[in-house]
Write a protein that binds this ligand. Structure first.
Ligand SMILES: Cc1cc2nc3c(=O)[nH]c(=O)nc-3n(C[C@H](O)[C@H](O)[C@H](O)COP(=O)(O)O)c2cc1C
Length: 336
């Protein structure tokens, strides 16, 4: 898989989400879309370099195209972490310049890098030097009292000067004081027109827009409006079938659509292997709760998995039984 493949896949990506987009989640998402680009959770460069997070690099070959997101602010450490990621087979290494959490702020990385674009540029330059795969950036439109109209173009100009050709922009400010990370994903208003203007300023920069996108219709509108990619976070996690099942046909011109039922069946051998290796059912099924969102039986499916999967001895038969319920309801609905 070349980095060019990751760039093509970035037409639609599933955002990096801590505790959510782990390898099991990505494996599930890959059953739903063959083409979308999948991001890991953020892995911090210090943890990776010191050896404490190397297990987080593990992934299945079928996850490709898959990008590793790193957090950090020390160029040498990030370079070393990027090298480990590339050696582990990731198609892209992404630097987090958008995460507002306290933990991340105290380590001086994430969104605070938007206040220190010179350091950000040093970081990405060191990362690019260290690996052959593409290095990309995920950022906000600004932080705290910055004026996004001023700082975003300056920040992107730095990125471009450092040789970066692809960026994802979460189209809202990060307010580092006073808002929790969760509030920072909802309260600062979205500014999509600014992201569109950035594409006009930087026509050769591949720009993905992120933030508040909840349907493929919206995604298509951004793409036909001139942006290169759309990154979807929460909606892809909570309603994965809505975002991913027709994405290959609609956004990549490569049908057919997938179905959540088939995805569940495809997960069964994976679940089996995980349990045989000593893993727990719930570690996988917790990512599957939203698969039938909006469909008859969705609540029963969610309940069966969330209540049943942590019981001792629970195995794939629990998932099969819950799927049979969903399929029976679908047949009943067709019969009337
Ligand atoms: C649970 C959760 C964890 C997140 N973790 C990360 C992360 O590790 N790195 C990152 O860049 N953004 C992280 N984000 C932000 C998302 O990548 C995305 O930018 C944000 O949710 C806005 O997109 P959305 O409205 O489509 O969800 C996280 C979001 C959520 C909901």
């Amino acid at each position: 898989m070349t980095s060019n493949a990751a760039a093509l896949a970035a037409r639609l990506s599933v955002a990096p989400m801590m505790d959510w987009t782990d390898r099991h989640c990505r494996y599930l998402h890959r059953r739903l879309s063959r083409h979308a680009l999948l991001y890991t959770e953020m892995v911090t460069a210090p943890a990776l370099v010191r050896g404490g997070a190397v297990h987080l690099l593990a992934h299945d070959v079928s996850e490709h195209p898959v990008a590793l997101q790193l957090g950090g602010s020390d160029p040498m450490e990030l370079a070393q972490a990027a090298r480990l990621g590339a050696q582990a087979g990731y198609d892209e290494i992404n630097l987090n310049c958008g995460c507002p959490s306290d933990r991340v702020q105290s380590g001086t990385f994430g969104a605070v890098l938007m206040k220190d674009p010179a350091r950000m540029a040093e970081c990405v330059a060191a990362m690019r030097e260290a690996v052959d795969v593409e290095v990309t950036v995920k950022c906000r439109i600004g932080v705290d009292d910055q004026d996004p109209e001023e700082v975003l173009p300056e920040f992107l100009a730095r990125i471009v000067a450092a040789g970066i050709t692809r960026v994802s922009i979460h189209a809202r400010m990060a307010w580092l004081q006073g808002l929790s990370p969760k509030e920072n994903r909802d309260i600062p208003p979205l500014n999509y027109p600014l992201v569109h203007r950035m594409k006009a300023y930087f026509p050769n920069l591949h720009i993905s827009v992120n933030g508040g996108i909840t349907s493929l219709d919206e995604a298509e509108a951004f793409l036909s409006g001139g942006l290169d990619g759309v990154m979807v976070g929460r909606a892809a996690y909570h309603t994965p079938a809505d975002i991913l099942c027709s994405a290959d046909r609609r956004l990549f011109g490569d049908g057919p659509d997938s179905t959540p039922e088939q995805a569940v069946r495809d997960m069964l051998p994976y679940i089996d292997a995980h349990l045989v290796a000593g893993g727990k059912l719930n570690q996988i099924t917790r990512h599957m709760l939203g698969l039938f969102a909006g469909r008859p039986g969705a609540r029963g499916w969610r309940r069966a998995l969330s209540e049943g999967a942590s019981r001792p001895g629970a195995g794939p038969e629990l998932v099969e039984a819950a799927l049979a319920e969903i399929e029976a309801l679908a047949q009943q609905a067709q019969a009337v």
